[in-house]
Ligand binder design. Structure first.
Ligand SMILES: [Zn+2]
Length: 431
């Protein structure tokens, strides 16, 4: 099922977005104690917001705000909640979100649209290799969307390559939903078993949680490595629990298409002003139609840029480029400003480096101290190469240390965590 509005004129898309925005705003005005209070305090008159063009008159909503007043953001009684989920809490405390029946239907629609964007149909068999429990929204969303589409789902869950392989043998899935670094690891596991991933039934990988493109839409190292071992089309998708909406790439792979009936996007600078078109800034979203915990102008903390030039697929919707960094993760190291993602991109070039963690703390003077911890089985030659490459590509010389593989693994996936990380920010803990 192709969605007409995606191919509609810009004017029609704008009209649709405007209608969705106004009904979302009306719902919030009537039901959200938090926003009623917030707007009263800021002296904002709701009557002044006549269309989507006026959205800039509304104050933004920060993650800290939602964390601090979490329960007040809920606009329905607990009786109307059918499921509770939380955000992954990679920075700070996780946020709790209650979904109503309508929210679940909306999520199902969103994910169905997202899978269709990747050309997935009712004929596909989809193996979901992400967390399907632990209060996680994404896995469940994929499950709902895939079944609504009429595709078959295998709830493989996270990790356990043996079990993943068993599913491939048994059900011949055509699609993997996976964190790309896991798909890479799993591909290598198959090779180790004498199975060529290229000969399996998998034809597409829907990648979540990690970027596979740079800002020019060129494949990054992870992408290249994946393409070496798998014979698949790779699709990137970007979403978060708070927005409950995905930006998914079409076959052209030039950024994730916006779903106009579900979300509005702005790219803002530090003063909450729009950045010049095509520049990088903070992704700020207004997801439409959410009933349990509706948000207005929510600042995600993710840095990216928007593209509005025509996409060769024929859709006229805006596209969101790859996430280029996290706002809270900016590192100032000896006069240079950089993001952990840039260090990851460099380290991924050295195939001997199979594991590492980037650690940021404060030194005695309160300055950023940047450390990369590598496994102790690597010899000095490889450590020197990493140092040289970081210096050449990024002009930085982080402190390179070595530690046991067990230590690194425990830092990547700390106990109780469900989302692997490559970057640990210890600056807050020290302050
Ligand atoms: Zn497209």
């Amino acid at each position: 099922m192709e969605i007409e509005q995606d191919y509609s004129s810009l004017e029609n898309i704008k009209k649709l977005q405007n209608e969705q925005f106004l009904s979302h705003l009306t719902y919030i005005r009537e039901n959200s104690k938090y926003y009623q209070k917030k707007f009263a305090k800021s002296g904002l008159d709701w009557q002044n917001i006549k269309s989507l063009e006026d959205i800039h008159l509304l104050p933004v909503t920060t993650k800290e705000e939602v964390e601090m007043y979490n329960l007040e953001f809920q606009t329905v009684s607990n009786q109307d909640i059918i499921e509770y989920v939380t955000t992954s809490g990679t920075l700070g405390d996780p946020i709790s979100i209650g979904l109503t029946r309508e929210d679940q239907k909306r999520l199902e629609w969103n994910e169905r649209r997202s899978l269709e964007m990747c050309g997935i149909t009712a004929h596909d068999v989809i193996q979901i290799t992400t967390t399907l429990d632990k209060r996680f929204m994404a896995g469940m969303a994929y499950y709902l969307g895939a079944t609504a589409l009429g595709a078959a789902v295998i709830r493989s869950g996270i990790g356990d390559p043996d079990f993943q392989l068993d599913n491939i043998k048994r059900f011949k899935p055509t699609v993997l939903v996976a964190v790309p670094s896991f798909a890479y690891k799993f591909g290598n596991y198959l090779l180790g078993k004498g199975i060529d991933p290229k000969t399996t039934s998998i034809k597409k990988i829907v990648c979540i949680g990690e970027p596979i493109k740079d800002e020019e839409f060129e494949p990054n190292t992870l992408n290249e490595k994946l393409s070496e071992i798998w014979d698949v089309e790779l699709y990137s998708t970007y979403a978060s629990t708070e927005m409950a909406t995905a930006f998914t790439e079409c076959k052209e792979g030039k950024g994730g298409h916006l779903l106009p009936e579900l979300i509005h996007i702005e790219i803002l600078d530090e003063n909450n002003q729009p950045v010049p078109h095509g520049q990088v800034g903070e992704v700020t979203v207004t997801p439409f139609g959410i009933k349990g915990m509706p948000l207005l102008r929510f600042k995600t903390g993710d840095l990216a840029r928007v593209h509005s030039d025509a996409c060769s697929c024929g859709r006229n919707t805006l596209r969101l480029g790859p996430i280029e960094g996290r706002k809270g993760q900016m590192i100032k190291w000896k006069g240079t400003t950089l993001f952990p993602q840039q260090i990851e991109n460099v380290l991924n070039h050295i195939s001997e480096i199979d594991n590492y963690i980037i650690e940021l703390s404060l030194d005695d003077l309160g300055l950023d101290k940047l450390k990369v911890i590598l496994p102790d089985h690597l010899d000095q030659g490889i450590i020197d190469r990493a140092q040289r490459l970081l210096q050449q590509r990024l002009r930085v010389n982080p402190i390179l240390e070595q530690n046991t593989a067990a230590y690194i693994s425990s830092e990547i996936l700390p106990k109780g965590s469900r989302k692997p990380r490559r970057f640990v920010d210890k600056r807050e803990a020290i302050k």
